[in-house]
Design a protein. Structure first.
Length: 429
């Protein structure tokens, strides 16, 4: 029986397969570990505590199951998936690897976001279950296809019907898609493979120009006022020295008096600028504090905190008798993650589930634009009355009460739990 687990070290994420009995062919094992086969996840064999483990690198990749549980499948993605499947089968055949080892379950197929590339797991210890796993894959795709994409709906149900009748032929399906040529970004020739190996493990994003800090602007203005003040004093000293040391004509005296007037005007303007800047800074600080207070007050009103307090006060004034009824916390819980800290202004509403959180718009339900958040970071789901949090192979991790979640594993949330997504902290209420 295949046992699957996940492991994350400092720089890499791995999917690990361990079999109870390692009966696989040594040839297949060597082929997938010593060669870079297009379309297959890179694989290593490690021997730990007398066990032979297969480590597949899934850094910066998402499984098809994890990705499409949070978004709808489009026709473009459907085409790319089956074209990739056809090409990886051709590649494995060129290495004399049987198709039985290619795993096509939804949680064994991975993709890189922002690219039309799919990667597969090859297990040399796998037993032949091709027809059943194909039906499982197609049923999953049918459940998550975009209901408004008629072409995708027809394609999925057509393929599912063929698979159930045992008439599914992958080459005919690809031709039916009308895609005989390889897409630009899907499994290109060896030059593309070399470029893939040289790429950074994580994509780079354009840095935004930082906005000017108001405090820095005030500092610059204050320093400029000081410079003007020094210049005015220096001008006054020079004019005073010339006036009282030398006998000046009436015309020059008029100019010297005008210089004194100009110097005095500079002194007044510079002092006024400093005073106005300080007053405006105080006013801006008060406005910021008032805005923060209003946002907090609106947040409390929007979630019924004030109403709850009022109702509790009214109920406290009433005298009611009878048995005390236990109300579970889920009935009164706000089901929301509140951001903690000055830099975290995000709140995550968990009343409508499932919800996927990340920073890649179009692939998640809630976008959090923060450098520590992965493109698809975590998912929140409901199991009965409980809310579960799942880490989706994030780079900087998902934490519950200081403990990091293993990739693709779930934890139940309880009121008061401290949740951390990357560097952003939240409290569940």
């Amino acid at each position: 029986m295949r046992e699957i687990s996940y492991h994350k070290d400092y720089r890499h994420n791995y999917l690990i397969i361990r079999e109870d009995e390692m009966t696989g062919d040594d040839y297949q094992r060597k082929m997938i570990t010593e060669n870079r086969i297009r379309g297959l996840l890179p694989c290593q064999i490690r021997y730990i505590n007398g066990e032979t483990l297969l480590y597949y690198e899934i850094t910066s990749k998402q499984s098809v199951k994890g990705l499409f549980e949070g978004k709808h499948l489009t026709m473009k993605e459907l085409k790319s998936l089956f074209i990739s499947l056809k090409m990886v089968m051709e590649e494995t055949a060129s290495f004399l690897l049987p198709e039985d080892g290619l795993l096509i379950e939804p949680d064994m197929i991975f993709t890189e976001l922002e690219k039309d590339e799919f990667y597969f797991v090859y297990d040399p210890f796998s037993e032949s279950r091709g027809a059943q796993t194909l039906i499982t894959l197609l049923e999953f795709l049918a459940d998550h296809v975009d209901g408004e994409d008629n072409a995708a709906l027809q394609a999925v149900y057509h393929m599912l019907d063929l698979a159930e009748k045992e008439q599914f032929v992958l080459d005919e399906i690809v031709e039916w898609f009308g895609e005989e040529e390889q897409p630009e970004n899907v499994l290109e020739p060896e030059k593309e493979i070399h470029e893939m190996q040289m790429e950074e493990p994580y994509p780079c994003y354009e840095e935004q120009e930082p906005a000017e800090n108001p405090a820095i602007q005030r500092l610059i203005s204050t320093q400029a006022a000081k410079v003007y003040l020094v210049c005015a004093v220096f001008l006054s000293v020079v004019l005073g020295y010339l006036t009282y040391t030398y006998e000046l004509s009436e015309k020059l005296l008029v100019f010297s008096y005008a210089g004194f007037f100009l110097a005095g005007l500079l002194v007044i303007l510079s002092l006024g600028a400093v005073i106005v800047r300080k007053l405006s800074g105080r006013k801006q600080k008060r406005e910021t504090e008032n805005l923060s207070f209003r946002e907090t007050e609106e947040e409390m009103f929007s979630h019924g905190i004030y109403e709850e307090a009022c109702s509790e006060r009214v109920q406290g004034q009433r005298k009611e008798y009878g048995d005390t009824v236990y109300i579970p916390w889920t009935a009164n819980s706000e089901n929301k993650l509140y951001g903690v800290g000055k830099d975290n202004k995000f709140h995550i509403d968990l009343n409508r589930l499932p919800i996927t959180v990340g920073k890649l718009a179009g692939s998640v339900d809630m976008v959090i634009d923060n450098q520590s958040i992965s493109r698809v970071h975590a998912r929140f789901t409901r199991e009965g009355t409980r809310i579960c949090m799942t880490d989706l192979n994030s780079t900087n991790g998902t934490f519950k009460n200081g403990l990091r979640l293993t990739p693709n594993t779930s934890e139940i949330l309880e009121p008061g739990d401290e949740i951390r997504l990357g560097k952003l902290k939240f409290v569940y209420r």
